[in-house]
Write a protein that binds this ligand. Structure first.
Ligand SMILES: NC(=O)c1ccc[n+]([C@@H]2O[C@H](COP(=O)([O-])OP(=O)(O)OC[C@H]3O[C@@H](n4cnc5c(N)ncnc54)[C@H](OP(=O)(O)O)[C@@H]3O)[C@@H](O)[C@H]2O)c1
Length: 245
């Protein structure tokens, strides 16, 4: 039996090849053992899509399409709930769920624990207003991932002329504007950096406030531009990005 929880840390995600109910606990224990922890603060279903279990993280057929598992995220959720009841994780949530998928989960008969958050890509070029309104309307928090636009070639959110103008006005960096934007929308925001001075910069966002006009200007930059795409999974029955939000 697993020992009584004493040390926990951070957010981790259940990968798509572990959606089968019998594999969910295995995945969680593997993470706890790798990190030498007794529990996780937050565990998320990484994507609504289940993949064929095995050695390959993304099992592909000969035409380059992902091989699905015959699972439903509603069943996977039951095993996630068991992790909380067993004390292996404190909270559970989802990631990359569209509003229909979240709605199905929230209306699941016998639901024992509600998802605490939906972690989704969110920045001014994909502002996710409809999905955020949907989540907040149901008391599900939203976590904004890739808030700085990540490092994809060709997309330089931090060079955007409007963002740079607002940054200059407040004496802040474009990254700080992008982080503060999400805070003022009541989102949890998770910028990533491996650079200590940028990590320090990214937390200096509580000593200024964006005006209503700044917020409107940032919201108006939306172009429905999704950076975290997953093309090999587009044929999957639970692919989340075929509908508007
Ligand atoms: N749920 C999901 O499916 C999913 C998908 C993608 C990402 N995520 C999560 O979201 C978090 C962040 O996403 P992300 O790394 O894709 O994108 P991001 O945080 O938007 O961007 C990270 C990039 O921005 C740079 N950067 C960070 N701070 C900066 C600053 N102050 N000035 C200039 N550049 C700066 C980083 O470079 P340096 O490191 O060199 O500073 C890195 O290249 C991660 O924790 C990740 O796990 C989740």
């Amino acid at each position: 039996m697993h020992q009584i929880p004493t040390v926990g840390l951070g957010t981790w995600k259940l990968w798509c090849t572990y959606h089968k109910q019998s594999l969910v606990k295995t995945a969680c224990i593997n993470t706890l053992e790798a990190l030498n922890l007794d529990y996780l603060d937050l565990y998320l279903i990484h994507w609504p899509m289940g993949f064929k279990p095995g050695d390959k993280d993304i099992p592909l057929d000969r035409s380059g399409k992902v091989i699905p598992s015959h699972t439903s995220f509603l069943d996977t959720w039951e095993a996630m709930e068991d992790l909380v009841i067993e004390g292996l994780v404190k909270n559970i949530g989802v990631s990359n769920f569209n509003h229909e998928q979240l709605d199905r989960l929230l209306n699941k008969p016998g639901l024992r624990i509600k998802p605490i958050t939906n972690q989704i890509e969110c920045h001014p070029y994909l502002n996710q207003k409809s999905l955020i309104d949907f989540c907040h309307g149901r008391n599900v928090s939203v976590t904004a991932y890739r808030p700085l636009g990540g490092s994809r070639d060709g997309v330089h959110l931090m060079d955007d002329i409007v963002i740079r103008k607002i940054a200059k006005k407040h004496g802040k960096s474009p990254a700080q504007i992008l982080i503060r934007f999400q805070i003022q929308r009541n989102l949890i925001v998770i910028p990533k950096s491996v650079n200590p001075s940028r990590i320090r910069e990214n937390i200096q966002v509580f000593d200024f406030e964006l005006t209503e006009k700044d917020m409107e200007e940032l919201l108006s930059l939306d172009k429905n531009l999704r950076l975290a795409t997953f093309p090999s999974t587009e044929n999957h029955k639970d692919y989340p990005f075929h509908i508007e939000y």
